[in-house]
Design a protein around this ligand. Sequence first.
Ligand SMILES: *Cc1c(COP(=O)(O)O)cnc(C)c1O
Length: 377
Amino acid sequence: MEKKRIYLSCPTMHGKEQEFIKEAFDTNWVAPLGPNVNSFEKEMAAYTGAGHAAALSAGTAAIHLAVKLLGIGEDDVVFVSDLTFSATCNPIAYEKATPVFIDSEPDTWNMSPQALEKAFEKYPNPKAVICVYLYGTPAKIDEIMAICEKHNVPFIEDAAESLSSTYKGKQTGTFGKFGIYSFNGNKIITTSGGGMLVSEDEAAIKKATFLATQARDPARYYLHSHIGYNYRMSNITAGIGRGQLMFLEEHKEKKQAIYKQYKEAFADIPEIEMNPMNPDGDSNNWLSCMTIAKGCSVTPDEIMDALEAENIESRPIWKPMHEQPVFEGYDFIPHNEDGSSVGSDIFARGLCLPSDIKNTQEDMELIIGIVRKCFGR
Ligand SMILES: *Cc1c(COP(=O)(O)O)cnc(C)c1O
């Protein structure tokens, strides 16, 4: 018999989701929009304290609309996190603007305020700063926002991975002009696929909703004065989201417990370091990650292979954007004075450990044992 697969992070359903879907079916509210969408937006706005929210088909769509709403287009420069998933910066390319990739700092693995300052010296007039909170951990938000405010540039938070994480007691995604969340299949809560754009600016969220529903002007016939998108979340999908949101805090506690268990289990191995936490934040620990000390002969590939041999899923760290063939030729601003990249170093020495909240104690002990064995323990 094949061994049970142990996952990195996959959907955890509770049954509540089906009640909301059933209600949608019973009232034949299957078509786009409807009560679940409106309620999910209200519930998310209330949970995060974001003010206003627009439920969309994907987190990527939310970033795209934020970019659109800020009027970013050809000839514009946008500063964006370098160590991230490509969805953070693809929407900059959709609008033919120019991304400038900002390196990470070692303390939180997120956008380096130091590199951001350097970027402003080189490009004084970017249209926006887009910052990711990698694997759920908040960046040095105060420092980054102070720089953005000094230069009067809007701040967009890619909180796709960090829903429920807080910084100085406030939810990530609620600091900038816009925040975005994702409900993709592997995120801390999922709607199978979906996203949300949030902002304090009610008019901006209204405009986002308008653009996301094909930009139909108010008229009896189909009248358009803008290019629109088909980016809205469906009423069925929103039903799943409403059910999931009820369990978000529980998911967070379980993710945090996984991180804590790994940290304690590897505490006696000096070659292993867990991904760093921001002392000003409370991370949702969406994915627990580790790095191998410089000079140690063990490689991330070795560990991933050893896990895979036992049918256990793990994953490399995101490969930095400035190393991606598709973004060749775009500028990269390093954190280090010597020009070396912090993100490339994390990528070379790191990996994401299985962080699925359905993994049992037995699974955890198996994973930990395999990793320890790679280090001869
Ligand atoms: C998942 C993710 C996204 C995109 O979200 P989708 O809902 O899949 O479009 C954006 N940024 C980051 C950092 C992500 O991890």
